[in-house]
Design a protein around this ligand. Structure first.
Ligand code: BLA
Length: 311
């Protein structure tokens, strides 16, 4: 498909990048995550009162070092929602969506997480309501948020099969309904993915709508620390880092990760990556650059149909 017309998904303050490059036309594959973002913003506006985040001014769009890609950032906040943010990247050869919603620390509601990476040969996807607390050790937490969502999860688990071995450490950030999948490009699979994205997103809004804010200071502290630990993990070890660094260089990539994508690292806590994950400490006190210390595992889905961990 040759895209030479302008397609407006966002409001006028967030102009589409190809519109600004006058006269240019781009080959893009049939896959675009724009409609995911369009749906998510419309749905959020239907559900709550979204206002632009103060981050929007600083993180709006960036051009890659080679001039071939633009990164498009959007960020909002709302009652109960500390940050709803999106980053999308579209080039001639790849499409990326990193979409997340983080609750305020008064809520122990999971974190909405959609990460999709697509090229002409593969799609790599993680779609989940990432648990804030340990779902293997804390049954009360697991039952509260995931018991009623198991049927939804199972529906998509069958349509989007397990993506195979992954960084073992990641697993404790995933829920029993996580969709971790890889597939070669196909319109059918892409349609299923879009449908899963909409359903998981709506399910997340249902959870936050029903959630009652915690008033106990120690509970709030515990939620804050759990979110900080999650952010610290992803800002340091997310699989997208290498690609981001390649696109915009090491300094900008670090800044994007720490101040935008995983914003909250500087505000929600003061512990360091090595405080949370001491097994990554090298002899000289630096952080081991490996993504995984344990290695990759979980060839198959490590939860059964009832959401019991069987890994
Ligand atoms: C691969 N992305 C992956 C993998 C996972 C995730 C599990 C498989 C590799 C692995 O085992 O680590 C995603 N991992 C997650 C998520 C969490 C986690 C969401 O722990 C949350 C807790 N992916 C992106 C972005 C890019 C990207 C923004 O989200 C690019 C800009 C790329 N992801 C990307 C690429 C791969 C990948 C290129 C394959 C390369 C690899 O396997 O390392």
């Amino acid at each position: 498909v040759v895209l030479s017309t302008s397609v407006g998904v966002f409001s006028s303050t967030h102009s589409c990048w190809w519109r600004r490059r006058k006269g240019a036309s781009f080959h893009v594959s049939a896959i675009s995550y724009k409609k995911f973002i369009g749906f998510a913003l419309n749905e959020a506006k239907r559900q709550t009162h979204l206002v632009p985040s103060p981050l929007q001014e600083q993180f709006n769009s960036m051009i890659s070092v080679d001039g071939k890609a633009e990164l498009q950032m959007l960020s909002f906040q709302a009652p109960k929602i500390r940050l709803l943010r999106s980053m999308s990247i579209e080039t001639e050869v790849m499409q990326v969506l990193d979409f997340a919603v983080f609750p305020e620390p008064e809520f122990d509601v999971p974190i909405f997480c959609a990460n999709c990476f697509s090229t002409s040969s593969t799609n790599i996807v993680v779609l989940d309501l990432n648990p804030l607390h340990d779902v293997i050790g804390r049954r009360d937490y697991k039952d509260r948020y995931y018991k009623s969502l198991m049927p939804l999860g199972l529906k998509y688990v069958e349509l989007l099969p397990w993506g195979g071995k992954l960084t073992s450490e990641s697993l404790k950030f995933f829920s029993p309904i996580v969709l971790w999948t890889r597939f070669s490009p196909s319109q059918d699979r892409f349609d299923i993915l879009y449908s899963a994205f909409m359903d998981y997103y709506k399910a997340w809004f249902e959870l936050i709508k029903q959630a009652v804010g915690e008033t106990d200071a120690s509970q709030i502290m515990s939620n804050r620390e759990a979110q900080h630990r999650y952010l610290t993990w992803r800002a340091e070890k997310d699989p997208g880092h290498r690609m981001l660094t390649k696109l915009i260089g090491e300094r900008s990539s670090k800044e994007l990760l720490r101040n935008f994508l995983f914003n909250g690292i500087n505000e929600l806590g003061s512990r360091t990556f090595l405080d949370y994950f001491p097994e990554y400490c090298c002899e000289d006190g630096t952080i081991n650059e490996k993504r995984s210390i344990i290695g990759k595992s979980f060839e198959n889905r490590p939860w059964d149909k009832r959401g019991e961990f069987i890994g």
